[in-house]
Design a protein around this ligand. Structure first.
Ligand code: ADE
Length: 259
């Protein structure tokens, strides 16, 4: 495990990366079709990058971060659809482990198992995970403020006081879960899943390959149901981008500058 090198911050949406780049005053370097934004921020060398949406885009981005930039850890920040009964829009989920819900090499291997790894679940790293949970909790007042965005709060039926930080299973696949049938199918197949997104398990697998610590935080933008795409862009701009940046700054403040 590396103790030197930058901390990588990866997001799938442009609005989230733009917010980070603006705050940290990043300098761009292009590799392939990704722009890597380098900065010194809160006492750490940091690289922010837009992975784009989906598992392949996320995996190639993180492989580049590790091989080309020698990052010492990878933090994913983004949004997800809530699957758990008590996981509401506006809540935060910090991934303890991740599964590719669309991976199926059965009958050769059990469903979800990734051949050669003999596992389906990829864990986040305990130290980074704990620090991210603390950063998410410490940032809740900032999230509550972001949720005050005039139309949004009323439209989403969120009470800022009720926002929770959850820890547990996050499932990833190359699908935006946007109808009740998909949602119920996922919940039946993976009953412990708290949230669905499109990158995390791929990033966790690449980090596992290279033994690079990994953790992921997601703000719940929707309930992965028939109304999932309503308000989505507005939610990213008004809530996920400022809140994500807030959590990352708090995380960097909490991480020791030398391990
Ligand atoms: N990211 C945010 N909401 C999502 C959903 N419903 N499905 C997949 N990824 C998401």
């Amino acid at each position: 495990m590396r103790n030197t090198g930058p901390i990588a911050i990866v997001s799938a949406m442009q609005e989230e990366v733009s917010k980070l780049v603006e705050l940290m005053n990043g300098e761009p370097t292009t590799v392939g079709s990704r722009v890597f934004w380098l900065a010194h921020w809160h006492g750490h060398p940091v690289i922010a990058v837009l992975s784009g949406i989906g598992k392949v885009a996320a995996a190639t981005t993180v492989a580049t971060l590790i091989e080309r930039f020698g990052v010492k850890e990878v933090i994913f920040s983004g949004v997800a659809g809530g699957l758990g009964d008590d996981v509401k829009v506006g809540d935060v989920v910090v991934a303890k482990e991740l599964v590719q819900h669309d991976f199926d090499a059965s009958p050769l291997f059990p469903r979800y198992e990734i051949p050669l790894y003999a596992r389906s679940h990829f864990p986040s790293s305990p130290l980074q995970h704990q620090c991210l949970v603390q950063a998410a909790q410490a940032s809740l007042p900032g999230l509550a403020r972001a949720m005050q965005g005039e139309h949004l709060l009323a439209g989403l039926g969120v009470n800022a006081q009720d926002i929770l930080v959850h820890e547990g299973l996050v499932v990833s696949g190359d699908q935006f879960i946007s109808n009740n049938a998909q949602r119920e199918d996922l919940r039946a197949r993976l009953p412990l899943a708290l949230a669905a997104e499109m990158e995390g398990a791929a990033v966790a697998q690449v980090c596992f390959d290279f033994k690079v610590p990994f953790a992921a935080v997601r703000v719940i933008s929707d309930r992965a149901d028939d109304s999932a795409s309503l308000n989505f862009t507005q939610f990213i701009e008004e809530v996920a981008a400022p809140y994500g940046a807030h959590v990352i700054q708090t995380y960097l403040e909490m991480r020791p500058t030398h391990d």
